[in-house]
Design a protein around this ligand. Structure first.
Ligand SMILES: NC(=O)c1ccc[n+]([C@@H]2O[C@H](COP(=O)([O-])OP(=O)(O)OC[C@H]3O[C@@H](n4cnc5c(N)ncnc54)[C@H](O)[C@@H]3O)[C@@H](O)[C@H]2O)c1
Length: 233
C-alpha cells in the first residue's frame, strides 16, 4: 500500500500501477483507434492526436498528477506553473519534461503554450483565481478538490465555466477507492433497506505545515469534501 499524504489519502506515486487510485484525467480510450486519445472541446469529447495540458501548483499532490499524466498516451504536459519557480523547475526535472514551458505567471505560460486543459493543483485559496483565468484563456480545467475555498468563489468559477462553455471538473479520487466502492455495492444490494441518514466522524490534527496550518476550518473546507462525496455516491 502507499504511504499517507497529509489529507490522510494515499500517496499515489508510491502505489503499484494498477490504475485503481490514479486521478482520472481522460475518458477510457478503449473504443478509439490506435494512436488517438479523447480531448474535450466545448463541453463535448472529440478526438485529436494529443491533449496538451498545463499543470499549475507544483507542490505535494502534483507528483500524483504527473505520475499519472506522464504515463497516459496522448497527453502532453506542455507547461508547469508555480509561484515558486524552483518548484516547477524541480518537477520538470523529476518527470523528465524538459520541453515544458516553466513560469510563475499563468497567463504568460498559457499564451506561450495554448493548452487544451489546465490541471489546477494549487492550494485551495488559489483555486478560483487559477480556474477562472484558465477558463477565460479558453482552457478546460480539471482541479484538485475542494472546488473553491468559499461559496462565492465556487459560484464565480462555475459561472465562468458556463460563460466560456468550457468544462470545469473537480477530481474526487477517494470515490474510487476500494472500501468506498464496496460500501456502495452493499447499499446497491438493498440489504440495508432505504437509507435515511448517513453519519460520519472525522478527527485529524491537521498540522502538517503549509496551507493547512493557516486555513480556517481546514478539516471542513479542505478535507471533508471526500466524506461528502462518498455520501453522495
Ligand atoms: N485528492 C487528494 O487526495 C489530495 C491530497 C493532497 C492534496 N490535495 C489537494 O491538492 C491541492 C494542493 O495540495 P498540496 O498538498 O499539493 O499543497 P502544497 O502546498 O504542497 O502545494 C501547493 C503548490 O501550489 C503553489 N501555489 C500556490 N498558489 C499558487 C498560485 N496562485 N499559482 C501557482 N501556484 C501556486 C505553491 O507554491 C505550492 O508549490 C489542495 O487543494 C489539496 O486539497 C488533494
Amino acid at each position: 500500500m502507499g504511504t499517507s499524504l497529509p489529507d490522510g489519502n494515499l500517496d499515489y506515486a508510491a502505489l503499484p500501477d494498477d490504475g485503481a487510485e490514479t486521478p482520472v484525467v481522460s475518458a477510457p480510450d478503449t473504443a478509439l483507434p490506435a494512436g488517438h486519445s479523447r480531448s474535450m472541446e466545448e463541453g463535448t469529447l472529440r478526438m485529436q492526436e494529443t491533449l496538451r495540458a498545463v499543470l499549475v501548483g507544483c507542490g505535494g499532490i502534483s507528483t500524483a498528477w504527473l505520475e499519472a499524466a506522464t504515463n497516459i498516451d496522448g497527453l502532453d504536459i506542455v507547461g508547469l506553473v508555480d509561484i515558486v519557480e524552483a518548484a516547477a523547475q524541480g518537477r520538470a526535472r523529476e518527470y523528465d519534461i524538459a520541453d515544458a514551458a516553466i513560469g510563475t505567471d499563468l497567463g504568460k505560460v498559457l499564451d506561450a503554450t495554448a493548452p487544451d486543459i489546465v490541471f489546477n493543483c494549487t492550494i485551495p485559496e488559489a483555486h478560483a483565481g487559477v480556474t477562472i483565468e484558465a477558463l477565460q484563456h479558453g482552457c478546460h480545467v480539471l482541479s484538485e478538490k475542494p472546488l473553491a475555498d468559499s461559496m462565492e468563489n465556487a459560484r464565480r468559477s462555475i459561472e465562468t465555466a458556463k460563460q466560456t462553455g468550457k468544462i470545469f471538473a473537480v477530481m474526487q479520487n477517494r470515490r474510487y477507492i476500494e472500501p468506498i466502492r464496496r460500501l456502495r455495492g452493499v447499499v446497491d444490494t438493498g440489504q440495508l433497506g432505504t437509507l435515511t441518514t448517513v453519519n460520519t466522524d472525522f478527527y485529524l490534527g491537521a498540522h502538517f505545515g503549509g496551507f493547512r496550518d493557516h486555513m480556517p476550518h481546514v478539516l471542513l473546507l479542505d478535507m471533508a469534501i471526500h466524506t461528502f462525496d462518498a455520501a453522495r455516491l
